[in-house]
Ligand binder design. Structure first.
Ligand SMILES: [Zn+2]
Length: 379
């Protein structure tokens, strides 16, 4: 079976999934090479994960049909790990299964997450949101003659287009030969840069990405940046030095990752600055109660939470209302479900209202000071 990379579309799809029948088995497998470098170490991690899932399946299914379906899901997961699974180019792996809903989906995650098995009414997506949802990365390598476009996540990129300087004949029209003759070689380089920038914009229109990294020599970079569509300039994280023609996949990943990590830290800092600025003027919420209220009112733009935190709460099975404690939903009077970690529901709700969930790593203390969870509000 196919293993997809995590992106915001996958997170959104899984977050919105609520099977009418059956429980969902969510499995996370840590592939951190410092802990699970050897095949035997990985095999034993897989065995204990599946044993834990099987034990929970026995204890969790309230009805006989549910138990049978869960046992089958665990068995399919076991077969998946035996047959289809490869640890290459992933920090960890997530697998979601619910036989009655026809769900069986594996995602390659860019960074390690703790191994665990969860059985619940919905896919358990909190570890995915913690990884960040804006993982659609594009890298363009460009020199005076060649261009290459790679797409994927930060730790797994695939080349999707290669352009060399004879491509620009396809884009220029009437009167071009004369003009080109007069411009000479430097203008030709400029044409090439423009063509690569246009190809990049076409690639973005087919499938948008959130982060762009340019691999180009420092002296060529300003001219290339000039030709980038304003939309693409908005996604630009920076420039790296790479051998445009010969850099392999691993070289590109190695060069790009520190830049993206730094970009993440900047994003975190910017969100915290907006949070602190907004708290005085009512455009931000701090603490679980205030944040859940804002989510219920669909006002959240950025949801900030401390990486790895959990908090108990309640949710309405009918309308999705979230709270910290209530016996019934204040909107429709339905008895609420107790949630061991209402933060997970909060993240799902944020994703569904097109807000950005942001797992805070470097400034965890600041979020703790705001009650462990906070939000920048749209209004
Ligand atoms: Zn309700």
């Amino acid at each position: 079976m196919r293993i997809d990379d995590l992106d915001s579309a996958a997170l959104r799809r899984l977050s919105g999934l609520r099977p009418e029948r059956g429980k969902v088995l969510s499995l996370y497998l840590n592939l951190d090479p410092s802990d699970f470098a050897t095949p035997p170490a990985r095999a034993s991690a897989i065995t204990s994960l599946l044993d834990d899932a099987a034990r929970q399946a026995r204890e969790n299914g309230s009805e006989h049909d549910e138990q049978v379906a869960l046992r089958e899901d665990v068995e399919r997961a076991r077969q998946f790990f035996e047959r289809d699974f490869s640890a290459r180019q992933a920090g960890s792996l997530a697998l979601f299964a619910c036989g009655p809903a026809g769900l069986f989906e594996a995602l390659r995650l860019p960074r390690p997450v703790a191994s665990e098995a969860v059985i619940d009414d919905t896919p358990w997506v909190e570890p995915l949101a913690r990884l960040g949802t804006r993982e659609r990365v594009c890298v363009v390598l460009v020199n005076r003659r060649h261009g290459r476009i790679l797409r994927g996540g930060r730790e797994s990129l695939q080349e999707v287009a290669a352009l060399d300087d004879d491509v620009h004949g396809q884009h220029d029209q009437g009167g071009w030969s004369q003009a080109r003759y007069q411009r000479g070689i430097e203008k030709e380089v400029e044409d090439h840069l423009r063509n690569v920038a246009h190809a990049l914009f076409r690639a973005w229109k087919r499938a948008p990405f959130d982060r762009l990294v340019v691999g180009a020599a420092a002296e060529l970079f300003p001219a290339f940046e000039h030709h980038l569509h304003p939309y693409l300039r908005g996604t630009l994280c920076g420039r790296v030095d790479l051998d445009v023609e010969h850099a392999g996949h691993d070289d590109v990943v190695r060069a790009v990752k520190p830049l993206l990590d730094e970009h993440d830290r900047g994003r975190e800092g910017a969100a915290l600055a907006r949070l602190n600025g907004g708290l005085g003027g009512g455009r931000a919420a701090a603490g679980l109660d205030a944040v859940l209220t804002a989510l219920n009112e669909r006002r959240v733009e950025v949801l900030l939470f401390r990486d790895g935190d959990t908090a108990p709460g309640v949710s309405c099975p009918r309308c999705g209302w979230l709270g910290t404690k209530a016996a019934e939903c204040p909107v429709d009077g339905t008895p609420v479900d107790r949630r061991a970690n209402v933060l997970e529901d909060a993240i799902e709700a944020a994703v569904l209202q097109s807000a950005e969930p942001l797992a805070v790593r470097d400034h965890g203390d600041e979020i703790a000071a705001h009650g462990g969870v906070a939000a920048v509000l749209r209004f």
